[in-house]
Design a protein around this ligand. Sequence first.
Ligand code: TXA
Ligand code: MG
Length: 321
Amino acid sequence: MTVSPNIRPASKSAIADAAAILKRGGLIAFPTETVYGLGADAGNDRAVAAIFAAKDRPQFNPLIVHVPGLAEAETFAEFTPLARKLAKAFWPGALTLVLPHKKGAKLSLMVSAGLDTVAIRAPSNALAQDLLRAARCPIAAPSANRSGSVSPTTAAHVAESLKDAVSLIINGGPAALGIESTIVGFEDGKPVLLRPGAIPREAIEKIAGPLAGARDAKISSPGRLVSHYAPDAPLRLDARNVADGEALLAFGSAVPEGARLTLNLSAAGDLTEAAANLFAMLRALDACGASRIAVMPVPEHGLGEAINDRLRRAAAPRDVP
Ligand code: TXA
Ligand code: MG
């Protein structure tokens, strides 16, 4: 694979350059502990619009605002005691909270795509933290891939997906968690799981009590299109065998033979390892020329909920809006 000239190894000067680009209204890609983000100054309308253009993202799909921590988040969003408790328990980390806008906060309206709420999180990745502190602005960042395709967990994925739409990519190595943040919103004060993600439901429920599902709630994540995270090859879920011409995304130790290429999410059956491997393996299987990707069953508990959510979306018919 050719190395794109705008990938920079992590360093003080790369962070300083990225911060300067953000200040000028440009786009940069940076690592977080979940997936790589495509960042812009969240207070700059034109910069945020450039994100939508680079991703070919439907304009109604709002973005997550990244901040160093709770103190900064409180300047942009209205926290309830429960929201604050969740932020204190999981930040910095892979939890995104959807909260009402704070009046007068300087955020581009495009960030929220017309909603009266804002999605906000404090990432734990050290380079993301360095960048946020150097840039001294909130960073609006979706995953750094074209809309609808698989989220990037390495700098090379970003370069492949966005090509020269981004002026600088900070290389922080493979994302530690490999799956997007868990998104929690509130309806009548009660917590709602808007997107399963890198923090398992069970961990959040220990602090917040039972989470309602997005399907039961009136609010939803408008970006949660049914077909999403989709590779080019179709997926066949719940596979226990392999058909001619298929590649196999395996899980566990009892793996059927005969696939054109087999990659195992976790031979040991470890869901954390599986989440970290998911997107990179989908990409590699997609690239091997198989007619279809067969996917072995993954248990539904813990991180399995987020993994299965992404797999079902990747397998959904592509023409569903
Ligand atoms: O781990 C992550 O969350 C990564 C890293 C880069 O932080 N970001 C990410 O962003 O996954 P993105 O844009 O690919 O997904 C953000 C999701 C979308 O489904 C969007 O609809 C939802 O967050 N969202 C954003 N603002 C919202 C709001 N105000 N209300 C409901 N959902 C919102
Ligand atoms: Mg995304």
